[in-house]
Design a protein around this ligand. Structure first.
Ligand code: BGC
Length: 365
């Protein structure tokens, strides 16, 4: 089933602009802002609402600068805000952006319910919406821009298996937030690999509300204790959760002995990979994701169809959402340098203090 789209209104905006350009002067030009720069005037303004600053450093340290660069390069007006982990705040920001005349609104939802409500309101005002990174279940976004999140989970599962080998191993899963559809896909992907390996046993598995790193440490401590400390591998859904598990393992003299996974190729994650306390992370280029979002936003604002890689099925209602799903990359000690070469992190940030020698050994300068 295809989702119903509200492209009509967007197309009308495009048509109105075209008419204006042709010299028609029938008023109603309450559009946002200036028409000093050609493409910005045509495209209107794109609003982006990031979720928080705590669940991962990526949103402010990687996504924001990448989005700014992509919109500036395209000459598009933009407004990027952060909801600070508060769904009500995201709703208010969305209202303000709609009032300010954004023509396209992209959100990283904090939960599907609040995300869907934001999208519904936007649609009723003729504002097109895009799901950035997280799919809003039951939402009405015209497009979904993300990575293939099932593959992210598969890479994590495979990474852990590569670190463990085929010995008997007890595995604990620290999954992402139960409100994040991505977290479901990461766990499914990881299970699809690890459940196939007979010598592994799942001895604990829990989702971490809101991806809260501190709560993750508490949860991991409990799972670790419940398993009598007999934990041989940790499938942690991102670098923040991985770091939390590593801190507990450290307290038990097990850091570096028990492989832990991650995601986001954060500075801390890459340092842990170099130090051997984390077995792998997953790199998802913010530059690629931001560029994909900018491309889709511009197409939408122009009333055109965006180029997609396929569709994603919204599991809540079986609708198909046109999607751009990018390819994630597995990072181990051997290829940390790839992230730096790609501009995902700077060597000067990763190779500080005690990590300088490890970087040199890994050929990173
Ligand atoms: C993103 C991850 C991120 C996590 C916590 C997920 O939806 O895909 O990259 O680590 O949220 O913010």
């Amino acid at each position: 089933m295809k989702r119903k789209h509200n492209l009509v209104l967007v197309t009308l905006v495009g048509a109105a602009l075209t008419l204006t350009a042709c010299g028609s002067d029938d008023g109603g030009s309450t559009g946002s802002g200036s028409d000093d720069s050609g493409s910005a005037a045509e495209v209107g303004k794109v609003g982006v609402i990031l979720p928080d600053t705590e669940s991962s450093v990526r949103w402010e340290s990687a996504d924001r600068p990448a989005l700014e660069a992509a919109f500036e390069e395209a000459g598009v007006d933009y407004d990027i805000q952060n909801a600070e982990g508060d769904a009500e705040r995201m709703t208010q920001i969305a209202d303000t952006m709609i009032g300010d005349g954004v023509t396209v609104l992209a959100i990283v939802n904090l939960d599907s319910e609040s995300g869907a409500a934001i999208q519904e309101k936007a649609a009723s005002q003729g504002v097109a919406t895009i799901d950035y990174d997280r799919l809003t279940l039951g939402g009405s976004a015209e497009y979904y821009v993300s990575f293939d999140n099932t593959v992210v989970g598969e890479l994590q599962g495979q990474g852990l298996a590569d670190c463990l080998g085929d010995k008997e191993a007890n595995i604990v899963y620290l999954n992402g937030s139960p409100t994040d559809n991505n977290a479901t896909l990461f766990a499914e992907g990881a299970h699809s690999v690890l459940d196939e390996i007979d010598s592994y046993t799942v001895v604990g598995e829990q989702a971490v509300p809101d991806w809260d790193n501190e709560e993750a440490a508490t949860i991991f401590q409990q799972l670790y204790t419940a398993a009598d400390g007999k934990v041989d591998g940790v499938l942690a859904a991102n670098d923040g959760l991985g770091g939390a598990a590593i801190s507990i393992l450290e307290g038990n003299g097990q850091a570096g002995k028990v492989p832990v996974t991650g995601q986001d190729a954060t500075v801390e994650g890459l340092q842990n990979v170099l130090a051997g306390t984390q077995c792998m992370t997953v790199y998802k280029s913010a530059t690629q994701e931001a560029q994909a979002l900018a491309d889709v936003a511009i197409a939408l604002a122009n009333g055109e169809e965006a180029e997609v890689t396929g569709t994603t099925v919204d599991s809540s209602d079986d609708t198909e959402v046109p999607s751009i799903l990018l390819e994630p990359q597995s990072i181990t000690k051997d290829n940390v340098g790839d992230v730096i070469e790609d501009g995902g992190q700077k060597a000067e940030d990763v190779c500080t203090g005690e990590f300088a020698d490890l970087c040199a050994e890994a050929g990173i300068s």
